[in-house]
Design a protein around this ligand. Structure first.
Ligand code: S3P
Length: 449
C-alpha cells in the first residue's frame, strides 16, 4: 500500500502537463476495438481505469500494443469480438463496467464482469434495467441496499441478431447510462432515443459523429437510428487531450496557494466538463483560457489555461453546474474551505454513489482539517476562511478523494498524511511527480500492511 506525506511550502509555479482524459480514453479504446482495421490512439493517461478497458477488449481477441502514452489497436469490427476466456476485471472503473455492459449484452457469448471493493458497492441497476428492456440478459448481484443491483454482472449471450429500439428518459444525468445505451444501440435494428434531465458529458456522441456514426440531437434528446447511421467505421488516429478533471487539482491548488501561477496546455474544454471553471469564476478565481483553433479528431475543443492565486469567496452550487462539475466537487470543496464566506452545494446526491460516498467523505475530511461544515442529504455547507491544520486521512479507495486531501495538505499548517493512495493511479499516475515539478512538498511512500 502507498501513502502521501505532504507539507505546505511556497507557491506553485511552472507548466503542468496533464495526462490524457480518462473518459475520452475509454471511448477511444472501445471505438478503436470495434473499428475495422488499425487505430493509433496517443495521449492516453496510462491510468489503470483505461488499462482495464483495454485488457477487457484484449481478452476478447483485440490486439492492443502500448508504447508510452500511445496504443496501437487492431479493431475487429462491430461483430468481431470473441468470448473472453476468463472473467473481466473492471478494477475501480465504473465507466469500464457500465460501457462494456452495453457492448457485451448484445453478444452471442456470455461474460462476467467484476470490480474492486469500491466498484462492488456501486449501483448497476441503472444500466441493467434499460439494457434488459431492449433485449439484453444481464443479471446483477444483491448488496447493501435492498432492491439495488451491484457487481458482479452476469451477462448472458443472446440468440437474436439484434436488440430492440428504446425510447428512454434517464432518471439521472449520467454519461455512463447514456453511453451504455448508445453502444448497445449499435447492435439494435430500431432507434435508440435517450432524453436526459440535464446534459451529461457528451464524449460518446462526439466520437460517434466524428467516426460517421451520425446521431441526431434535439435539446436534451439524442437519437441513434441504425437504419441511417454508418455502423462500419475504419481505424482512426486520435490524440486524447488533457483531462480537465485531473487539471482541476492543479488549477485549484494554484488558485488557493498565495503567489502561485501555473499554465496548463492541451486541456479538453468540452463544456459538459468545464463547470468547475464556471464555479471558480463565480468564486472570484483568476484564470484565462485560450482555445486552440483546431478541434481534436474526437470532435473535442482543446485549449490552454493559465491560473494565478487570488482571494476567492464562497458561492452556491446546484443544478446544471453540479452535472458539469460532478467529478470536481471534492476539489471545489477544498477551494470553498479556503474562500471567505459560506459555500452551499445542493442537488448533488449523485456524489453518494461515486468511487466513495463523496458527500460524507468530504465532510469528514474538511472537519479533520479544522473546517466547519454541515452534511445535507444532497450536498453540504462549508464555512470558509479557517486556518487549516494538517490531518491524517484515508482515500476510501477513491482517487479524487486522495488527491483532494493532498491539495488541502499543501495549504495546511503541519504535516498531512493520505493513506491508501494506490487508487490515484486509476486516473493520474504522474500526480506526485507533477506537483513536485511545480514546487510542492509531497512524497509517496510504500507502507507494509
Ligand atoms: C463518466 C461519467 C460520470 C463520471 C465518471 C466518468 C464517463 O459518471 O462521474 O467519472 O466517462 O462516462 P456518471 O455517468 O455515473 O455520472
Amino acid at each position: 500500500m502507498k501513502r502521501f506525506r505532504i507539507q505546505s511550502k511556497g507557491p506553485l509555479r511552472g507548466e503542468a502537463r496533464i495526462p490524457g482524459d480518462k473518459s475520452i480514453g475509454h471511448r477511444a479504446i472501445i471505438f478503436a476495438s470495434l473499428a475495422e482495421g488499425e487505430s493509433r490512439v496517443t495521449g492516453l493517461s496510462g491510468g489503470l481505469d483505461n488499462i482495464a478497458t483495454a485488457d477487457a477488449f484484449r481478452s476478447m481477441g483485440v490486439e492492443i500494443a502500448f508504447l508510452g502514452d500511445a496504443a496501437r489497436i487492431s479493431g475487429v469490427g462491430l461483430r468481431g469480438l470473441s468470448a473472453p476466456k476468463k472473467v473481466i476485471d473492471c478494477g475501480n472503473s465504473g465507466t469500464t463496467m457500465r460501457l462494456l455492459a452495453g457492448v457485451l449484452g448484445a453478444q452471442r457469448f456470455g461474460s462476467r464482469l467484476i470490480g474492486d471493493e469500491s466498484l462492488t458497492k456501486r449501483p448497476m441497476d441503472r444500466i441493467i434495467q434499460p439494457l434488459n428492456a431492449r433485449g439484453t440478459r444481464i443479471e446483477g448481484s444483491s448488496g447493501a441496499k435492498k432492491g439495488v443491483l451491484y457487481p458482479p454482472l452476469y451477462i448472458h449471450g443472446i440468440k437474436e441478431r439484434a436488440l430492440r429500439g428504446i425510447d428512454y428518459t434517464l432518471p439521472v444525468a449520467s454519461a455512463q447510462i447514456k453511453s451504455a445505451l448508445l453502444l448497445s444501440g449499435l447492435y439494435a435494428d430500431e432507434p435508440t432515443r435517450l432524453t436526459e434531465p440535464s446534459k451529461s458529458r457528451d464524449h460518446t456522441e462526439r466520437m460517434m459523429n466524428a467516426l460517421g456514426i451520425a446521431l441526431t440531437e434535439d435539446g436534451l434528446t439524442v437519437t441513434l437510428d441504425p437504419s441511417r447511421a454508418n455502423l462500419r467505421w475504419r481505424g482512426f488516429d486520435l490524440h486524447v487531450p488533457g483531462d480537465p478533471s485531473s487539471a482541476a487539482f492543479a488549477i485549484v491548488a494554484a488558485a488557493m496557494i498565495p503567489g502561485s501561477e501555473i499554465h496548463l496546455p492541451n486541456i479538453c474544454l468540452n463544456e459538459t466538463r468545464t463547470g468547475f471553471l464556471d464555479a471558480m469564476a463565480k468564486m472570484g478565481a483568476a484564470f484565462e483560457i485560450e482555445e486552440d483553433k483546431e478541434e481534436n479528431a474526437s470532435g473535442e475543443k482543446v485549449g490552454h489555461i493559465v491560473v494565478k492565486h487570488q482571494e476567492t469567496r464562497g458561492t452556491e452550487l446546484r443544478g446544471e453546474l453540479i452535472v458539469r462539475s460532478i467529478d470536481e466537487i471534492p476539489i471545489l470543496c477544498a477551494l470553498a474551505a479556503l474562500s471567505e464566506g459560506v459555500t452551499t452545494i445542493r442537488e448533488a446526491e449523485e456524489l453518494r454513489v461515486k468511487e466513495s460516498d463523496r458527500i460524507k467523505v468530504m465532510v469528514d475530511m474538511l472537519r479533520a482539517f479544522g473546517v466547519e461544515c454541515e452534511e445535507h442529504p444532497d450536498g453540504m455547507t462549508i464555512v470558509g476562511g479557517a486556518k487549516l491544520r494538517g490531518a491524517t486521512l484515508n482515500s476510501h479507495h477513491d482517487h479524487r478523494i486522495a488527491m483532494t486531501g493532498a491539495i488541502l495538505g499543501m495549504a495546511a499548517e503541519g504535516e498531512t498524511i493520505v493513506n491508501d493512495t494506490d487508487c490515484v493511479g486509476t486516473s493520474f499516475p504522474s500526480f506526485v511527480e507533477l506537483f513536485r515539478g511545480l514546487g510542492a512538498e509531497i512524497v509517496e511512500e510504500k507502507v507494509r500492511t
